[in-house]
Design a binder for this molecule. Structure first.
Ligand code: BES
Ligand code: MG
Ligand code: ZN
Length: 473
């Protein structure tokens, strides 16, 4: 899909407001219940001389908001693709007094969302037809529109990168290939990517990470991505992503049906790599470090066991109650490393951590645990700007106590109840110093069974946009 600014040509779209059906034609379409100008409604027809009519419903002008525009223009692009329309003209007036840059961004993003396909492993692949979009903002706002469309393109590229990483199976994406792709995609944007192998991870004494990785024949990799583009600021934000390229459960083996999608257990890693791509390709004025402890949770004669007591980089000992609660162990060392060795001043970890989160919040809302409401408010603003949802869960001493072990410093499950909170608080207890921290559980949202809005089924790339906005606005 290609966007031109200030050009004419192609099927001319007509924006329709449900409370302003001002022609007899529109009134009769509405009376016949064909098209009423409601949000997300798109009407297309073509006559025998190939003259096309494209009506786009925007509801009431006073209620227009960005995520509705994304959803509506996603549908517009779907209709254009279906009817093989190659060129479209969008003349976009001032709408509900919204900023022209954000307006263009939402429209472009919605349309671009319709072009995602995961068909890499199909022998017959159909290319997505190229559409030219002639976008005309109100006169004088061409530069603002250009900025919005450029940002949308880069964000979508980053979201699609995350989706591709997360959708691909574990025989293709494993620690080494994940690390190699991160390096290939990020270094050209000025991100320093360092990949540590088993020997270096041993030297760092990351015993929790190594315990999880031990049964796999794939070498674990610690992937460190550094992007410093604000010399005036002492702030260094760490993004830590869970990078289980496969989670069989280990000796606490998962049932076959639950295991099939566990190549997506590197959803946190895919998200942070996507977010680093967004920040660096858009040259954001920030200092961000991202860390992924990538490995597989497998079974072998040397696998770690339920009942083992292991160490960790922090020095804390951990009683293993369940080898399937592996993500928090890899995150423990990654979070400790980010705060002690990389000098993080604030930290966000993202993980497909608990089934409990997916059960509590479903597939559209991510769950959060934090020790700092001010920092969380910043993230929430980013989510709102992005049209993605997050919900803060309680974190109390009571939940922290649930992780106490009789024989070690902490145990890796907190019991049957409150599983999302105990898992998140386990991770938070490995911060090397008390800095503002947010844990985001994306177990329900990183990959979905049911499509909604412009989010298709499979990997979503959720939180890539939100992180970008939260760290830049
Ligand atoms: N990767 C899973 C969590 C998960 C489940 C992600 C479903 C996406 C969909 C995680 O490693 C896990 O197995 N968690 C256990 C923890 C339990 C053993 C305390 C869970 O949630 O059942
Ligand atoms: Mg598990
Ligand atoms: Zn897992």
């Amino acid at each position: 899909m290609k966007f031109n600014i200030g050009k004419n040509g192609g099927v001319k779209a007509e924006l329709v407001f449900e409370d302003r059906l001002d022609t007899d034609f529109l009134k009769s379409l509405s009376e016949k219940e064909v098209f009423a100008g409601k949000p997300e409604e798109v009407y297309f027809s073509m006559n025998s001389s190939f003259e096309s009519l494209l009506l786009i419903g925007l509801g009431k002008e006073s209620e227009i908001e960005f995520d509705m525009l994304r959803r509506t223009f996603f549908k517009v692009a779907e209709v254009l693709l279906k009817h093989k329309i190659e060129e479209v003209e969008l003349n976009i007036p001032k709408l509900n007094n919204l900023c022209n840059y954000k307006l263009a961004e939402a429209i472009a993003e919605g349309m671009l969302q319709a072009t995602y396909r995961f068909d890499k492993f199909k022998s017959e692949r159909k290319a997505v037809p190229e559409i030219t979009v002639n976008y005309n903002p109100i006169p004088g706002k061409e530069h603002r529109a250009e900025k919005g469309i450029n940002e949308a393109n880069k964000l979508i590229e980053s979201i699609f990168l995350a989706r591709d990483l997360i959708n691909q199976p574990a025989n293709v994406i494993y620690p080494k290939t994940l690390a190699d792709i991160a390096k290939e995609r990020l270094e050209k944007n000025g991100v320093k990517v360092t990949i540590y192998g088993k020997k270096e991870i041993e030297e760092l004494k990351m015993e929790a990470f190594l315990s999880v990785a031990r049964a796999s024949s794939k070498e674990p990799k610690l992937i460190v991505m550094e992007y410093y583009n604000n010399p005036e600021s002492d702030e260094r934000i760490a993004l830590v992503g869970k990078g289980l390229t496969y989670d069989s459960g280990g000796y606490a083996i998962k049932p076959a049906t639950g295991m099939v999608t566990m190549h997506m257990d590197m959803g946190g890693a895919g998200t942070v790599i996507g977010a680093m791509n967004a920040l660096s390709s858009l040259k954001a004025k920030v200092n961000v470090v991202a860390v992924v402890a990538a490995c597989e949770n497998m079974i072998s004669g040397d696998g770690y066991r339920n009942g083992d007591i292991i160490g960790s980089m922090s020095g804390k000992t951990i009683e293993i109650i369940n080898t399937d609660a592996e993500g928090r162990l890899t995150l423990a060392d990654a979070v400790y490393y980010a705060t002690s060795n990389l000098g993080a001043t604030k930290l966000i970890d993202l993980a497909t951590l608990t089934g409990a989160c997916a059960i509590a919040l479903g597939e559209q809302v991510s769950g959060a645990i934090t020790n700092n409401d001010e920092f969380f408010a910043k993230l929430l603003a980013g989510n709102e700007r992005a049209g993605e949802m997050i919900w803060k869960m309680p974190s109390t001493e009571y939940y922290k106590k649930m992780n106490e072990s009789k024989v070690a410093d902490i145990k890796n499950t907190g019991g049957k109840y409150g599983g999302m909170m105990t898992a998140g608080l386990f991770v938070g207890s490995f911060l090397a110093k008390e800095i503002p921290w947010i844990h985001i559980d994306i177990a329900g949202t990183a990959g979905v069974e049911k499509a909604y809005g412009y989010v298709g089924e499979g990997a979503t790339g959720v939180m890539v946009k939100s992180l970008y906005y939260a760290l830049t606005e």
